[in-house]
Design a binder for this molecule. Structure first.
Ligand code: MTE
Ligand code: MO
Length: 262
């Protein structure tokens, strides 16, 4: 056998068709093995790299670099003219599946609730639900997607985030790069690039299926941002702030994509 193989690769005179096929097959398998070995080596190399922020929960730095590069590409082609596909309100599911309750496990004093908006100059606006509801109301029915792999068509209503920014004169804030949101207890927090926040379908939402948001869906006010995966739709907004550097983001710190765009 070994002799036969060495012969195949040493002999210079013409090989028979069968011999030629055997020789080709052996060569192909050899390169396949080299390829597999290279893949395993690359995988082990990636696994050895620390994460960018040193956190054990975060992904390895080379993977984060790929995610960030994707973000640069996708934010370049992102346009506020491009709208997420919408559906008639009648297409929305009646039984909405709530998911994720981080930052919502403490009791909420609904009467005392306020949304604190920290302005660029450090001043803070304290707004109640009526301050939000007096702005023009808009609604959106879209396919809500969670990174866990499920989705559901849901119908939400509230105030367009860009209308809110204009109404409260938050122009300097809107020209900053990021919006940061946290729950009142600061347990859940997200950072959102400003173009996505200012997208016409992004709303500060206080209604689900024409009724006040249920507690588990983020009463009294949550973010609905159809251009992003579910992780960014923070429920029970407590504080809003603005920054030119990425605000901390709960799931990004645990290895998920910061941008999480759709
Ligand atoms: N405060 C808070 N908001 C949250 C979460 C959470 O755990 N806490 N989970 C997020 C995730 S992963 C998803 S998929 C959506 C689910 O929204 P729903 O409960 O209205 O279906 O909420 C998002 N907002
Ligand atoms: Mo999710």
């Amino acid at each position: 056998m070994a002799n036969f193989v060495t012969n195949l690769f040493r002999r210079n005179e013409k090989l028979t068709v069968d011999e030629f096929i055997v020789k080709k097959t052996i060569t192909s398998f050899f390169f396949l093995l080299v390829f597999f070995a290279a893949c395993i080596w690359a995988w082990k190399w990636v696994r050895r790299q620390p994460s960018q922020n040193g956190s054990r929960a975060d992904v390895h730095a080379p993977l984060r670099t790929v995610l960030n590069t994707n973000e640069i590409i996708f934010s370049k082609i992102f346009s506020s003219n491009h709208l997420t596909k919408t559906y008639p309100a009648s297409a929305a599911v009646k039984q909405v599946r709530p998911n994720g309750s981080i930052g919502m496990r403490n009791n909420l004093d609904t009467a005392a609730w306020k949304m604190y908006v920290i302005r660029a100059n450090g001043d803070t606006l304290a707004l109640d639900l009526d301050d939000i509801k007096k702005l023009p109301k808009t609604d959106v029915t879209f396919n809500f997607k969670c990174i866990e792999g499920w989705s559901q068509i849901t119908h939400w209503a509230g105030v367009r985030f860009s209308d809110f920014m204009k109404f409260y004169g938050l122009n300097a804030e809107a020209s900053m790069k990021y919006l940061g949101l946290t729950t009142p207890d600061k347990e859940y927090y997200v950072g959102i690039d400003m173009p996505s926040a200012m997208h016409p379908q992004t709303i500060l939402c206080y209604e689900l299926n024409g009724r006040p948001l249920p507690l588990r869906e983020g009463y009294p006010l949550r973010l609905i941002i159809p251009v992003k995966y579910g992780i960014k739709h923070l429920k029970r907004i407590g504080t809003m702030y603005f920054a030119n550097n990425r605000p901390p983001d709960y799931w990004a710190e645990r290895g998920y994509d910061y941008y999480s765009g759709l």
